[in-house]
Design a protein. Structure first.
Length: 224
């Protein structure tokens, strides 16, 4: 990380603007679904069958899934908001998909296995799930409208891939004046260099932290 990013980051450390509160903070779980976050389904299976080395990605997926599960437990214990994004088309033939998804052959039909969130971190009753066919959840869904309606100003971002949909979410949230916390060890990318570069660049828009540190910073759960 260069000195400019480091200096910018240091001004936010400990800032009340980036301290999660019980009622103003939401956890965003980005695209942790069978389409792109499980080795035996969807895009991962397709890449594996084509000879791609996914060992780093699979390792990061295991780490991210475990840490997201820890974050979910912490947020749910405090009755804090949890929001999921997932890639899912409106139509079975995918004609409503973005040009990028059509070009790349990315398609999760409605109700398909590939559109489902991983079982280990599946949404609980009442948690919001937003479907998209774009990189950014802010472009492809009504998340901005939803977050404002429920009083959210701090967004804790996790998921896949770091240099793709996660980065897009962080940048678009930042431009909409949200305060962003990016949980580095709850994100994954196909290539280590992509992950590390994205994390370093995003320090200019988000406070980068770890699962352990974030959980330690959360307010105490309400009694009873």
């Amino acid at each position: 990380m260069d000195g400019g990013a480091d200096a910018h980051q240091s001004r936010f450390l400990g800032s009340p603007r980036h301290q999660p509160g019980l009622h103003d903070t939401a956890l965003l779980v980005t695209d942790m679904q069978y389409l792109d976050a499980h080795p035996d389904y969807g895009l991962c299976r397709r890449m594996r069958d084509a000879g791609a080395d996914l060992s780093y990605y699979n390792h990061r997926l295991q780490l991210a899934t475990a840490n997201i599960a820890r974050l979910l437990a912490a947020f749910r214990a405090r009755h804090m908001e949890v929001i999921y994004s997932r890639i899912e088309s409106l139509t079975s033939d995918g004609r409503d998909r973005s040009l990028a998804h059509k070009t790349a052959g990315i398609h999760a039909p409605p109700g398909s296995r590939e559109s489902m969130i991983l079982e280990a971190i599946t949404p609980a009753d009442g948690e919001i799930v937003l479907s998209k066919t774009a990189s950014s959840v802010f472009v492809g869904t009504i998340i901005d409208y939803v977050l404002r309606n429920i009083g959210i100003s701090v967004l804790v971002v996790t998921g896949v891939v770091t240099s793709g949909c996660v980065e897009a979410a962080v940048r678009d949230a930042f431009d909409r004046n949200y305060k962003i916390v990016l949980v580095e060890d709850a994100c994954a990318d196909l290539v280590q260099a992509f992950h590390e570069t994205a994390i370093d660049v995003l320090r200019l828009a988000a406070m980068v932290t770890t699962t352990k540190a974030l959980i330690a910073s959360l307010p105490a759960a309400a009694a009873g």
